[in-house]
Design a protein around this ligand. Sequence first.
Ligand code: FMN
Length: 425
Amino acid sequence: MATLSMTQIRTGNYTSGFSLNCRKKVYVRPSRVGFKVFGSGSQSSSEPDLSVTVNGLHMPNPFVIGSGPPGTNYTVMKRAFDEGWGAVIAKTVSLDAAKVINVTPRYARLRANGNGSAKGEIIGWQNIELISDRPLETMLKEFKQLKDEYPDRILIASIMEEYNKAAWEELIDRVEQTGVDAIEINFSCPHGMPERKMGAAVGQDCALLEEVCGWINAKATVPVWAKMTPNITDISQPARVALSSGSEGIAAINTIMSVMGINLDTLRPEPCVEGYSTPGGYSAKAVHPIALGKVMSIAKMMKAEFDSENYSLSAIGGVETGGDAAEFILLGANTVQVCTGVMMHGYGLVKKLSLELKDFMKKHNFKSIEDFRGASLEYFTTHTDLVKRQQEAIKQRKAIKKGLQSDKDWTGDGFVKESESMVSN
Ligand SMILES: Cc1cc2nc3c(=O)[nH]c(=O)nc-3n(C[C@H](O)[C@H](O)[C@H](O)COP(=O)(O)O)c2cc1C
């Protein structure tokens, strides 16, 4: 197995030393579960097929409930299965829920055309919610009940623990006994938990991440997805560490560290708890372009260094339409998670997402998700390369004037048209 030494991580040799090894794709991950295929997934021949098989787990569609309020208890997870979600990732659990103390209000929204108070479309959502505050025993009982009632559906537990090998091993063992199909590791919660060396505190430190991932992957017998924080300069580095330490998949992104706004009447920050606030995690539509950027960076690294048959990518961030999901899949995602979208639009959203994704596929004559997965990734390059390509293209088009060739060509009268002539969408 390709692993990173601490020296490689701590010194600048990290990327080159590791890439050399991985580029050969020497490490092909053996499946932990064999090939688990449920249901026929059969579609009428004219309809695009949305079903996906990821790390041996078959899902009727790529839409997955992201860890958070939409997976907090039996009732809501059952609802997600009944509405047709491809898989459900439960709210993150830890061994001792008594340490998890939430506050209310714990959400604040950003509307278009104003800061919190203006009436406009909700484009951003901030939360200072912690992981599940329900007793672990209760959550485990509900996981088991769900798997008993929905044996052919994919239930994924999300877990988080302190920097303690025995605690991680106990949690994995107990969660696996419920029959969950996979485990997502929350290395990414940006608020509350890092104060206890949990969540993003691990995801932001490659050396710590390698050690903890090593413990987890030595213990787990079901596929493991490592959920990454976007609150880091280069997200592909911890993603590489998580995969090379034995994880089958990467999930990205968790929420972005943010301050949602200041109430201009009270001068207090939002969400306001007894007059005070704390930075929280930003999600929903506004984070989608940032999530696309992070997913693109991980997907490029995975394509270059890891075997696409055995490693998976689950994209998250601001998905509310089938088009949002198509964008993630075009970058290489195998599945697409939705959290805030469900909080805003309800569980029925999966029907709209599926219809819109099918419409996109029909338009391009794609029959399956694999027909277009990763198709747009090759169109990302460096700015230097863009300049080179443009210079070559301009040379070839000599006679046809498209855009301005130099800043000296801007005019006052034609300014708007000249601006438009250089827009790509
Ligand atoms: C209220 C709320 C609670 C969340 N709780 C968790 C959690 O317990 N574990 C976790 O891994 N992610 C959690 N998340 C992050 C989401 O799973 C997701 O990564 C993030 O919100 C971006 O996706 P979205 O724009 O679809 O919400 C939470 C998000 C929200 C909004």
